[in-house]
Design a protein around this ligand. Structure first.
Ligand code: DGL
Length: 264
């Protein structure tokens, strides 16, 4: 698939916009491209303002609002909020503001984790904003389970943004976060789109027995369903355009490598 980086181009109504606080949403973009390779994608990462997950809900709402307003003005056919943090606090605002528009928001893949491990311990690792949000409380209430552990990981996003997703620094960061759970978790929900890129480091600490769940694939399937129902599927040629608020060659290099590298 053709990829373009950092070229500000006019976007037509054929494009699906995919947004995140930074490069993390590329883990969702990969699933979208795998499922719908004939679509055109505009990926916008707000790396200049990342991380969102340690900011106030009001700040995240205002940053998400500004990004979406700019994208809507350029003409897109659907919006995928590939950021659990922005979905947690801003998805209602977006749906109220653009009621007729296709808007899909990722949320932690708790349901498949609870279905697979109904009795044994399941962890949800996510940003502080996601973990304290009402949306997650409702998701947990809808998927009752006797032993869910909430695992905040502030600082992980910054390492992924710095290109250190699979590095000794990531291992050093994750050891105190996940060390207490070694041998105790059957499932771990990766409730932030940056975290799948740290899969290798997570496995080095937790081993291979903990099953990892992330919401990327489910979000891609839901996007396909909504586009198909609206008769808006595009028949190629597919492409991906990367834009980022940092507008720096390093960030575009990172976008390309996260898009292509095997992180499992
Ligand atoms: N990737 C985002 C998420 O899924 C946001 C991380 C952040 O900026 O803190 O939550």
């Amino acid at each position: 698939m053709k990829q373009k980086c950092g070229e500000k181009m006019a976007v037509s109504a054929d494009y699906i916009a995919v947004i995140d606080s930074g490069v993390g949403g590329i883990s969702v973009l990969r699933e979208l491209v795998r499922l719908m390779p004939k679509e055109r994608y505009l990926y916008f990462g707000d790396s200049a303002n990342a991380p969102y997950g340690t900011k106030s809900a009001e700040e995240v709402i205002s940053m998400t609002d500004a990004t979406v307003k700019r994208l809507m003005a350029r003409g897109i056919k659907a919006l995928v909020v590939a950021c659990n943090t922005a979905t947690a606090v801003a998805i209602h605002m977006l749906r109220e503001k653009y009621p007729d528009f296709i808007i899909i928001g990722i949320e932690p893949a708790l349901k498949p984790a609870v279905n697979r491990f109904p009795q044994s311990t399941v962890g949800i690792m996510a940003t502080p904003v996601t973990l304290r949000g009402e949306k997650l409380k409702r998701l947990i209430a809808a998927n009752p389970h006797p032993d869910i552990r909430l695992i905040p990981a502030p600082g992980l996003v910054e390492l992924v943004e710095a290109g250190l997703a699979n590095s000794p620094q990531m291992d050093a960061f994750l050891t105190p976060v996940l060390g207490p759970f070694v041998g105790k978790l059957d499932g771990l929900v990766l409730g932030c789109t940056h975290y799948p890129f740290a899969t290798a480091a997570i496995r080095r600490i937790l081993g291979n027995t903990t099953v990892l769940f992330d919401g990327g694939e489910g979000t891609a399937r839901q996007t396909q369903r909504r586009l198909s129902d609206a008769g808006l599927l595009y028949d190629g040629p597919g492409c991906v355009v990367f834009e980022n608020s940092l507008d720096d060659p390093h960030i575009y290099k990172l976008c390309e490598s996260l898009m292509e590298e095997n992180y499992g």
